[in-house]
Write a protein that binds this ligand. Structure first.
Ligand code: ATR
Length: 263
């Protein structure tokens, strides 16, 4: 999706750039990074987001806090960033939802959840986290507290606790992989636990209309699909690499066209 999305941005901005994909084996990261001086920048994905940090000269504050890098700017030296968290909060802002002061329940404690929880907390949201493996959420909350002094509430992942938390929250974000193709009938939160005052955001973008978002719509909630964060994390990478204003509408359209091809 990133290749399609950035190609659309370069076309719109009339920039003579390309975005290529490299399948780098786990043992080949060092030699790849040695040869990376020819690029203006890189995106990094699983399984290299943490390991790549040892090849960088500098880290942004977010990348340092989150402990993972998804974007690198190369300009003599190599500086690492993490745009996943800001991609999520920009997607909320794009939908005119204020992050500061809002109460957010984040489901999950994996890589994506980690970035989002940090960013939401740094932007002044009141964050709760619930994860199937509770210990991982506890570890994340401990880490946030130690590095920033900010408190994250850890909740049990059961119906009664989630329902109560949602009755007191403004925003629900699914940062688990539940509902992703091919298990499209699954959802992390049952329909009867949601209420119409919630904004429900799913990071899963395949399918675009997950069961969680379909249920949330039925309940009367506002919904934000996973393309929102995908586009905004990519847009932030573009800004970092090239200092341009990213054409997010064209980027979103390119991703949606590509997703529809798979239908
Ligand atoms: P990512 O980088 O996309 O965040 P990840 O690090 O593998 O991916 O994290 C996947 C998340 O989805 C985890 O929070 C995982 O919960 P566990 O920590 O308990 O594994 C969550 N997840 C995956 N399948 C799930 C399921 N069937 N029910 C609930 N949570 C699930």
């Amino acid at each position: 999706m990133s290749a399609v999305m950035h190609a659309a941005a370069f076309r719109k901005l009339k920039l003579p750039c390309t975005y290529d994909l490299f399948d780098v084996g786990e043992g080949d990261l060092g030699s790849f990074m040695e040869r990376a001086g020819k690029f203006a920048g890189l995106n990094v994905t699983i399984p290299h987001k943490v390991a790549v940090m040892e090849y960088l000269d500098e880290l942004s504050r977010e990348a340092e806090l989150i402990g993972a890098v998804n974007t690198i700017k190369i300009n003599g030296g190599k500086r690492g960033y993490n745009t996943d968290g800001v991609g999520c909060t920009r997607a909320l802002e794009e939908n005119r939802i204020e992050v500061k002061g809002s109460k957010v329940l984040v489901l999950g404690a994996g890589g994506a959840a980690r970035a989002i929880v940090y960013q939401l907390a740094l932007e002044g949201a009141e964050v709760s986290a619930a994860n199937r493996t509770r210990d991982k959420a506890v570890e994340l909350a401990y880490d946030v507290k130690e590095k920033t002094g900010l408190e994250i509430d850890v909740l049990d992942f059961n119906d009664a606790t989630i329902k109560k938390a949602l009755s007191e929250s403004n925003i629900l974000i699914n940062a688990t992989s539940v509902g992703m193709h091919p298990r499209e009938d699954e959802t992390p939160v049952k329909k009867n636990l949601m209420n119409p005052d919630l904004v429900v955001m799913d990071l899963v973008y395949n399918p675009l209309k997950t069961k969680l978002l379909r249920d949330a719509k039925d309940v009367g909630c506002r919904t934000i699909d996973g393309v929102g964060m995908l586009v905004n994390q990519g847009a932030e990478s573009l800004r970092i690499w090239l200092g341009v204003k990213p054409p997010t509408e064209e980027m979103r359209k390119a991703v949606i066209d590509e997703l529809r091809k798979g239908d």
